[in-house]
Design a protein around this ligand. Structure first.
Ligand SMILES: [Zn+2]
Length: 440
């Protein structure tokens, strides 16, 4: 009896184990199935992530560019990766084969995450660069250029850049940044030297000591090497302060390159020409006026005034005819009559001839062999735009050493633009000379 109960007991026990085992197995199978489903869904999501990664790699690794789209794509991809990792991480109590699949998927996701972070880092650097230098997109060359024109880049900014460089993988971007940093460093050294030297000559916009002309030339060279326009302007205006004093001691400095001649055509009249005279006087600048004989007849007093103020007067024909369309006698008449009128008023015969429209030929040079043809290389187009901003814009665009600037003193807008043109030329370190000096 006892024996039978014992057997029954063992049987029930084994049955119980079997039931537990079956329940466990069923549960394991359910979990495995659920896990496989999750893994399958994550794998299909991973395809999407890979697509985004491909597009990111394409846009960022080849061209060092930045855009909102890239950031949005990378953020989305990163989010997807994180969700996927979480989902896969949550899978537990699974059998060996599924465990292996899970491990593989996790590794791949983590790899993707790293790549995305790298891309995001690049976009971040690129954006910061854009914030600092105000340009986008970046190519290697523009990056270097933009780095080079930064103002006295602070050491903090340099440290930032250096750390950003070290965050990048080796390759184009890194070398571009390094090159740019080198350029910035050179600029900073130039600035530091300039600051120090300038301080020995100028204090609070007052001259302390006058440099020798050699010292002055060194300063001038350093300023011309500055790549930041704003800084260049500041130093150039300090330099022009010194220049006047240096020239007093060494007039040969005037032979240096940065010379510009202001010329005014088609006048004079008794309104805008007078305003121009006032502006020139304010800045102690001498200019050249190419007058029409007909206007000399009308405003003889203004002609005298211009001459008395020390300006140069040139010939612009009697009534603005295209000389290439005239015969020799007419050419002679146009020019000689004007010369005589000017000489009668001022006691000086003009030596410069500016043919209307810049048009001349062999006939003209033969008839007037004693006069020099005076053309120009900066046409402010003031007669066309009548716009002081546009006039200054043309000067900025075309300025180079030994420039002759063409304006018309009969236009009010030209007179109004003159002060800013002068200020700009001074800021660039230019000295004002008569057209005669640059032509002969
Ligand atoms: Zn003209």
């Amino acid at each position: 009896m006892v024996e039978k109960r014992k057997k029954q007991f063992i049987l029930i026990f084994l049955l119980l184990i079997l039931v537990v085992e079956v329940v466990f197995l069923v549960r394991r199978m359910t979990l495995d199935k659920k896990a496989s489903q999750t893994l399958a869904s994550v794998t299909s999501e991973k395809n999407m992530i890979e697509e985004s990664l491909n597009s990111l790699n394409h846009s960022t690794l080849e061209n060092y560019v930045t855009s909102k789209d890239l950031l949005t794509t990378s953020n989305k991809a990163q989010e997807q990766v994180e969700t996927s990792i979480k989902k896969v991480d949550e899978i537990s109590n699974i059998s060996g084969k599924v465990k292996h699949q899970k491990g593989q998927l996790l590794t791949e996701l983590q790899k993707d995450s790293k790549v995305i972070q790298l891309v995001q880092n690049k976009i971040k650097v690129s954006q910061e660069m854009r914030d600092i230098f105000g340009t986008t997109p970046f190519s290697k060359n523009t990056l270097v250029k933009n780095l080079a024109i930064t103002k006295s880049v602070s050491s903090t900014l340099q440290d930032d850049l250096t750390s950003q460089v070290s965050a990048l993988p080796k390759g184009e971007q890194k070398s571009a940044l390094e090159e740019g940093l080198k350029e910035v460093t050179t600029q900073n050294q130039t600035l530091a030297t300039l600051d120090k030297e300038m301080a020995t000559y100028i204090q609070k916009d007052k001259i302390k000591t006058v440099p020798s002309s050699d010292e002055y030339k060194k300063l001038d060279k350093a300023v011309s090497e500055l790549k930041n326009d704003k800084l260049k302007k500041t130093y150039a205006s300090q330099l022009s302060l010194l220049e006047q004093e240096v020239i007093k001691n060494d007039p040969t400095l005037l032979n240096d390159d940065k010379k510009v001649a202001l010329t005014f055509d088609d006048g004079p009249n008794n309104t805008s020409s007078l305003q121009i005279l006032d502006t020139l006087k304010k800045y102690d600048i001498k200019a050249t006026f190419f007058m029409l004989g007909s206007m000399v007849d009308t405003y003889p007093d203004v002609v005298k005034k211009i001459h008395d103020a020390g300006h140069e007067i040139g010939n612009h024909t009697y009534d603005h005819k295209d000389l290439t369309k005239l015969d020799e006698a007419s050419i002679k008449q146009e020019i000689d009559s004007t010369n005589q009128k000017i000489e009668k008023l001022t006691g000086e015969k003009p030596t410069l001839l500016r043919p209307p429209y810049g048009a001349y030929n062999d006939r003209v040079t033969k008839v007037e062999s004693n006069m020099s043809i005076a053309l120009w290389n900066i046409d402010t187009l003031d007669w066309k735009t009548h716009n002081p901003t546009a006039i200054l814009g043309e000067v900025k665009k075309e300025l180079q050493p030994h420039s002759i600037v063409l304006m018309h003193d009969i236009h009010q807008d030209s007179a109004d633009s003159l002060e800013n043109v002068i200020k700009y030329l001074k800021s660039q370190g230019y000295t004002f000379v008569l057209a005669n000096e640059l032509i002969n």
